[in-house]
Design a protein around this ligand. Sequence first.
Ligand SMILES: Cc1cc2nc3c(=O)[nH]c(=O)nc-3n(C[C@H](O)[C@H](O)[C@H](O)COP(=O)(O)OP(=O)(O)OC[C@H]3O[C@@H](n4cnc5c(N)ncnc54)[C@H](O)[C@@H]3O)c2cc1C
Length: 543
Amino acid sequence: MSVDDDPTVSRAIARDLRRRYGESYRIVRAESGAQALDALRQMKLRGDVVAVLLADYRMPEMSGLQFLEQAMDLYPAARRVLLTAYADTSAAIDAINVVDLDYYLLKPWDPPEEKLYPVLDAQLESWRSSDYRPVPETKLVGHRWSARSSEIREFLARNQVPYRWYSSESPEGQRLLTAAGVDAQSIPLVVAPDGTAMVAPSDAELAQRVGLRTSPSSDFYDLVVVGGGPAGLGAAVYGASEGLRTVLVERTATGGQAGQSSRIENYLGFPDGVSGAQLTERARRQAIKFGAELVTTRDVVGLEVNGAARTVRFADGNSIDAQTVILATGVSYRRLGADGIDSLTGRGVFYGSALTEAANCAGRDVYIVGGANSAGQAAVYLARSAQQVTLLVRGTSLESSMSHYLIEQIAAIDNITVRACCEVVEAHGADELEALTLRDCTTGQTSRVDAGWLFVFIGATPHTDWLDGTLTRDQYGFLLAGPDLGATPPGWNLDRSPFHLETSVPGVFVAGDARAESAKRVASAVGEGAMAVMLVHRYLEGL
Ligand SMILES: Cc1cc2nc3c(=O)[nH]c(=O)nc-3n(C[C@H](O)[C@H](O)[C@H](O)COP(=O)(O)OP(=O)(O)OC[C@H]3O[C@@H](n4cnc5c(N)ncnc54)[C@H](O)[C@@H]3O)c2cc1C
């Protein structure tokens, strides 16, 4: 970059630079310090790198020295060269210390082959040997205690968007904040690959800027899949690979619950386990390879039947039509509201994954929270391998919440203890769960117990509220399908019964955890996604 307030000199130097370096470098010319700084700020946000700054010493408003000093805040590694008249050489020499000047060049520089190029060749060589690598990907400036900063990190990671994280306290983080013209309080700052700066953007803004698809490309499809967890991704892969025009709509990031799992050990074909993020990334690539559209950050809030079309409505009021729909909206596990639990989740504290962890707690003491069947089944299952299983129940007994047969089974197993009127108030441990503080709800007394394993079964809520009144759900909100609906559900007007995963509306299917009595496993969710596509074909053949 060269800066000179005299347009003739400015053009002349840019011409000479272009002649020698134009093939390998971009030559940027400015006629004032302010204009040059503006260009540098934009380059910084775009992730461009600057090799050499060449500034005239005498410029009105902002001198060459003042410019170089400010430019240093943005590009400390760029080589700094001052252009001076002979009379100003002593000032230039003084400047060597002020702005850590690398060289001063005397005007005029003719012939450039002798006076300009050798100087710049040497400067460029020094610059190339320094760490000048560009950072073209998304940049995130945040703070480790800022909740939105962590959410954005997770959002980018779960969507497999390459990004670089800078603490707002680091020098480069501060440089980016300066370039964007925002203060350290205005975090997180996200700089998209095209240089656009966004302060605390929403997921939708972010998705749009970093190149994730946020809108469907068409308004009619053969198949709309709602939900991007294992069931939805499975349906998208099979739907698209079998020639259906398929779009998958996900409210946040693909992966669903499985995307949050650090290691899935029981998924077929991965004897050493696979992280949810890896599995999701592969499934996404596979779906895209077959031509499925993956739309993220779009919340589906309505489903309507319009003749043969099924209309899927988004939160912003827009909608798309399809011949068929697969609902794969999954569930959220209710979280245990005790201190210290969140940071130990996956590190001794587990939600709904007793089967996967059972082998790891062989010979250990295990605690389970919950008084319903899921907690009871987990207790029976874990008691086979664990040394001692303690079931912590908030109610006075299991009778009101658990099936009788399970209560009898539990009573007959020696190494299961039931502690009624008991709740977890705190989880302790630095890297993994080490102990729990329990409170007796009748006396209010607390006690601390050593614990390495805590399984939480306090219920899962399916994401199906928006389907109330449109589809038949069970008492907990899970979608009923196939034989669970009976031969002719209310409002059913076909002369056949619903197909296996078909809901109470023909052509609308459910797969995965959102379905009543589903297995709540990654493999079964993927399997149901594939099976639902097979039933979609059967439905389309009958139209
Ligand atoms: C921490 C953890 C660890 C686990 N570990 C294992 C394991 O090791 N092995 C195993 O077999 N199982 C495991 N499970 C269970 C497994 O992850 C689930 O059974 C599986 O993810 C269910 O897949 P799904 O596609 O049905 O639903 P989900 O994974 O819940 O995905 C549903 C998706 O739909 C989206 N969605 C919901 N509503 C809407 C809407 N209205 N519009 C748009 N999108 C919507 C959600 O954002 C979500 O991404 C684990 C679960 C958790 C939470």
